[in-house]
Design a protein around this ligand. Structure first.
Ligand SMILES: NC(=O)c1ccc[n+]([C@@H]2O[C@H](COP(=O)([O-])OP(=O)(O)OC[C@H]3O[C@@H](n4cnc5c(N)ncnc54)[C@H](OP(=O)(O)O)[C@@H]3O)[C@@H](O)[C@H]2O)c1
Length: 211
């Protein structure tokens, strides 16, 4: 765990990308129960800082302003849901540039700013393991994120860790995805949030937490 000492106080500066989202709100709540944490909430249209993870320049500018930090959590990134025969080049570009490259950028561009023994935690999802109709881009992106975390975690400097949380459909999101996940198990957002807590406060690296 990376801890910043300030006088007789120690606190962790944690960047939470996607803080206003269904998963992000649960993570923010779980972190608020921790002592001595500064949460920097980030979103595309909301939060302490607004960034577009599809734009390297936007992410670079953000890190320049925020400076050093102890942990970065990403609960953000979009993918297209569409049947295979209807998937356009635009759908693929969006899916790859947002959830996959957006999260990869957060790590790569964040390396100069993360403190020794800090951590990055990204989000994938159950579609890496089980297919649904119209879910091919999500399956591709989620699997690719596993490859990124497996390999990149070995190359991170200064004891920096990198993990991936792969949630089931959240109980809170069932209505949003009605009909897409027939018979799938769901997990409450509060339980999903604890996997992010485990990644940030634990010792594991290169791990995929399936929840
Ligand atoms: N919900 C589920 O059941 C579930 C299950 C498994 C995996 N996941 C994955 O978990 C992630 C979050 O899901 P969610 O349901 O919490 O999503 P959500 O409720 O739609 O929230 C998405 C969050 O990401 C931010 N965001 C989106 N695009 C962005 C961009 N280009 N740049 C910066 N921030 C951006 C949004 O910011 P603003 O609000 O400021 O616009 C929002 O805070 C997604 O990748 C999703 O595939 C979700």
């Amino acid at each position: 765990m990376a801890v910043t000492q300030t006088g007789n106080k120690s606190f962790m500066k944690i960047i939470l990308v996607g803080a206003a989202g269904t998963i992000g709100q649960n993570i923010a709540k779980a972190l608020s129960n921790k002592k001595e944490v500064e949460i920097i909430k980030v979103g595309r249209t909301t939060g302490d800082f607004k960034i577009d993870m599809e734009s390297p320049e936007s992410i670079e500018n953000f890190f320049k302003i925020v400076g050093s930090f102890d942990a970065l959590i990403s609960a953000a990134g979009e993918v297209a849901f569409s049947p295979l025969d209807k998937l356009s080049e635009k759908d693929w570009s969006k899916s790859l540039n947002s959830k996959l490259m957006g999260q990869i950028r957060l790590v790569q561009l964040g390396i100069p700013y993360i403190k020794d023994k800090g951590s990055f935690t990204l989000v994938s999802g159950v579609l890496a393991d089980e297919p649904i109709a119209a879910g091919t881009p999500a399956s591709v992106v989620n699997k690719a994120l596993e490859g990124f975390v497996m390999s990149a975690s070995r190359e991170l400097p200064r004891g920096v860790r990198l993990n991936l949380v792969s949630p089931n459909l959240l109980t809170e999101s069932v209505a949003d995805y009605e009909g897409y996940f027939p018979g799938f198990a769901t997990t409450p957002g509060s339980a999903v949030a604890q996997s992010f807590i485990k990644s940030v406060y634990g010792v594991q690296t290169g791990a995929v937490f399936r929840i």
